[in-house]
Design a protein around this ligand. Structure first.
Ligand code: AMP
Length: 144
C-alpha cells in the first residue's frame, strides 16, 4: 500500500478507500456510487484528460480495469459491466483526473439499460468513510 497519499484530482484519498494498486494505476471505492460496486480506476499521475496520458499509462490503466472488473462483477453478482470515461467538463467530468467508472450491471437495474448514462449525471448522497472502508476491505482480499 502506498505511503504517500493518493490524490484523486484535488481530493486526498485515504488508503482505506483503495483496494487495488498496480505500478501506474489505483482502484478506489466510490463516494457516491450509481449502483452497488461502482468503482473507479485512475492513473497515479494527476492528469485531467485521457489524451494527456502516456501510452504506457493507458496500457496499465486498462489492464488494471480488466483485472478489477472481473472481480467486481463476481463480487456484486453482476451479469455485465459498464465501463465509462467522462473526459472533460462538457462530457460530464466533475473530477479533473482521468478515471474509468466500472459499474457491475444486472438485468433488473433499470427498465432501459442505457438509463445508467442518465443516472451517472445525477447528484447523490455521499457515503460514510466507514461504509467505503468496509467495501474496500472486502475487495482488497481478492488482490493480496
Ligand atoms: P465524473 O463525474 O465522471 O468526473 O466522476 C467522478 C466520480 O468520482 C463520481 O463517481 C463520484 O462519486 C466520485 N468521487 C468524487 N469524489 C470522490 C472521493 N473523494 N472519493 C471517491 N470517489 C469520489
Amino acid at each position: 500500500m502506498s505511503v504517500t497519499p493518493f490524490m484523486f484530482g484535488p481530493w486526498v484519498i485515504r488508503n482505506s478507500e483503495i483496494f487495488f494498486e498496480s505500478a501506474l494505476s489505483v482502484a478506489l471505492v466510490n463516494l457516491k456510487p450509481v449502483l452497488p460496486g461502482h468503482v473507479l480506476i485512475c492513473p497515479r499521475r494527476v492528469v485531467p484528460r485521457y489524451y494527456d496520458l502516456e501510452d504506457h499509462e493507458i496500457a496499465d490503466l486498462w489492464k488494471s480495469a480488466k483485472i478489477v472488473s472481473k472481480v467486481i462483477e463476481k463480487h456484486f453478482n453482476g451479469d455485465g459491466l459498464t465501463f465509462a470515461i467522462q473526459d472533460g467538463k462538457n462530457a460530464g467530468q466533475t473530477v479533473p483526473h482521468v478515471h474509468i467508472h466500472i459499474i457491475p450491471r444486472q438485468k433488473t437495474d433499470y427498465e432501459n439499460t442505457d438509463q445508467i448514462y442518465t443516472e451517472i449525471e445525477k447528484e447523490r448522497e455521499p457515503r460514510t468513510l466507514e461504509t467505503m472502508a468496509k467495501e474496500a476491505d472486502e475487495l482488497r482480499v481478492y488482490f493480496q
